[in-house]
Write a protein that binds this ligand. Structure first.
Ligand SMILES: Cc1ncc(C[n+]2csc(CCOP(=O)(O)OP(=O)(O)O)c2C)c(N)n1
Ligand SMILES: [Mg+2]
Length: 317
């Protein structure tokens, strides 16, 4: 740990990021364990390895700020404030889920926490985030929006149209690209003939972060969000990261083009090493935190299990 690093993070936010990342990781590990037993009524796209991106970003957002997600929703939705119970019940296809069993993992909805929706259509929610920023401007509000998408969503025409419109109209939106270098099993070099941040820089200021390092995301997202709030104009943030699991489902990825080093690539281990070195936490406290989160996940599963499935009249309503 260097003093310079400590200057950039307040200890409460470091702890908040660690908790947020551990909730997403431990929840994903539990989903991976339960998924083969067929209790879940939905495809799942796990975020293991990518947790630092949303954890670092959401330290700088309020409930009023709107965040539009794609298909890989769990970690960002939890980081934005979606309760564990509501996510788990949605995965179980129960009416108490965040989308009342109508959405599943790719369609999470929690307006109280600034989650107006997400889309299984790659790139499908980018323009909606821009629309949220337009509504902030037209209504004289001060919230900002975040269009949160993966590297492959930048292939879509709507990505370019959205950046153009946001820049022309000067809208308070953060374009957040969670770049795991993969579109399913295809590497970014094979799906994009351009450099993502280079294209974005034609329209707006660009920030970049190491998305496997929560401190890097915290710092760069802090600057990016502040700039959107102050200028009420669009900003782009690219976070490079690594996907540890297969594109979809409960299995570890085994692609040769996507090698993972569980020590250096793990955002949680990285932050824990930093926090222990900076005397912000002890190994014993980390164990206690992990245990506390396991109990919250148990509670969410019990809640989901005892919640009702939708009945035909509910589906038709
Ligand atoms: C318009 C559209 N085309 C193709 C798909 C199939 N598809 C689902 S996820 C995915 C890859 C998305 O990659 P990226 O946007 O980088 O997000 P990541 O899965 O890496 O988080 C594809 C091609 C889709 N859902 N929508
Ligand atoms: Mg990707």
């Amino acid at each position: 740990m260097s003093t310079a690093e400590l200057d950039t993070i307040n200890p409460a936010d470091a702890l908040r990021m660690l908790r947020t990342m551990r909730v997403a990781r431990q929840m994903s590990q539990r989903i991976a364990k339960l998924y083969p037993t067929d209790v879940m009524e939905t495809p799942v796209h796990l975020c293991i390895g990518q947790e630092a991106v949303s954890a670092g970003l959401c330290c700088h957002l309020t409930d009023a700020d709107q965040m539009l997600l794609g298909h890989r929703t769990h970690a960002p939705a939890l980081a934005k404030g979606l309760p564990l119970r509501k996510l788990m019940a949605e995965l179980y296809g129960r009416t108490t889920g965040c989308s009342h069993a109508r959405g599943g993992s790719m369609h999470v909805f929690d307006p109280e926490h600034g989650l107006p929706g997400s889309s299984a259509i790659v790139g499908g929610s980018i323009a909606v985030g821009v629309g949220a920023a337009l509504s902030s401007k037209l209504s004289g509000s001060d919230f900002i929006s975040v269009s949160y998408f993966g590297d492959a969503a930048t292939n879509a025409g709507v990505f370019h149209e959205s950046m153009n419109f946001a820049a022309l109209k000067q809208l308070p939106v953060l374009f957040l690209c969670e770049n795991n270098g993969l579109s399913n099993v295809m590497p970014v070099a094979e799906h994009a003939a351009y450099e993502i941040a280079g294209v974005a820089s034609q329209f707006m200021p660009v920030f970049r972060a190491d998305g496997t390092d929560a401190l890097s995301v915290y710092r760069e997202a802090g600057k990016a969000v502040r700039q959107v709030r102050e200028t009420r104009a669009p900003v782009f943030l690219e976070c490079t990261t690594k996907r540890w699991m297969k594109h979809q489902g409960h299995e570890r990825d085994d692609l040769e083009i996507n090698p993972i080093d569980p020590v250096t690539d793990c955002p949680i281990a990285r932050l824990e090493r930093f926090m222990i070195g900076a005397s912000l936490i002890t190994p014993r406290e980390i164990l206690a935190l992990a245990k506390e989160i396991e109990a919250e996940i148990d509670d969410a599963i019990e809640f989901a299990e005892r919640s009702p499935y939708p009945q035909p009249e509910f589906v038709e309503a």
